[in-house]
Write a protein that binds this ligand. Structure first.
Ligand code: PRP
Ligand code: URA
Length: 209
């Protein structure tokens, strides 16, 4: 069984509040998304395995823990997930990066896949799947489907803001994955936008409309 963790940390809460402000411009928005991704990544990677390695310190020889070389992949959901990649790579710089392109139909809110390119040996990797927004959950469910279809079973989904509806949908569709949430918001509105949310994450990261 996977776990669901809503990360309760004042730094993350503060930075998410800044993201919500409609006066936060593209440049600051990007920086904040990256910083939040790094802080959340610290929590999401808490259970990475280590192994004892001998080192010689200036004082003595010692056996110390080092990351055991687990194969990692960061697979952002395009577009908005791209904004979180560098924050995660700051923690695990040798992780490979894949991409899943999905967009939500504006009327039906159904996700449509338009691109999927994953690192080789994906079935052996731990996949970190970042997307700032989990709204209806359709995009996240499809992204996990796409990764599982290619043989990967070890998946951690990370979002900055989730709606209760989307979190429930993702948990029910993929109870085996770990889910990390920066803040659980109130609800979806009639256009399936998160309330209070932050608007359209992709548009705010890339300055599009
Ligand atoms: C946004 C967001 C998620 C999705 C969430 O992407 O980044 O991928 O919506 O909504 P859902 O949970 O209801 O599926 P969007 O489809 O707007 O594409 P973009 O990132 O290219 O702007
Ligand atoms: N996608 C976004 O970018 N924002 C929302 O509130 C919902 C879906």
């Amino acid at each position: 069984m996977g776990t669901v963790k809503v990360i309760d940390h004042p730094l993350i809460k503060h930075k998410i509040s800044l993201l919500r402000d409609e006066n936060t411009g593209t440049r600051d928005f990007r920086v904040l998304v990256e910083e939040i991704a790094m802080l959340m990544g610290y929590e999401a990677l808490r259970d990475l395995p280590t192994e004892p390695v001998k080192v010689k310190t200036p004082i003595t020889e010692a056996e110390v823990p080092m990351l055991s070389g687990k194969k990692l992949a960061v697979v952002p959901i395009l577009r908005a997930g791209l904004g979180m990649v560098n924050g995660i790579l700051a923690l695990v710089p040798s992780a490979k990066v894949g991409h899943i392109g999905l967009y939500r139909d504006e009327v039906t809110h159904e996700p449509h896949e338009y691109f999927c390119k994953l690192p080789e040996n994906i079935e052996e990797r731990l996949v970190i799947l970042p997307d700032p927004m989990l709204a209806t959950g359709g995009s996240a469910v499809e992204a996990v489907n796409a990764i599982k279809q290619r043989g990967c079973t070890n998946i951690k989904f990370m979002c900055i803001i989730a709606a209760p509806e989307g979190l429930e949908t993702l948990k029910n569709a993929h109870p085996d994955i770990d889910i990390y949430v920066g803040n659980l918001d109130e609800r979806l509105n009639e256009n399936a936008y998160i309330v209070p949310g932050l608007g359209d994450a992709g548009d705010r990261i890339f300055g599009t409309k």
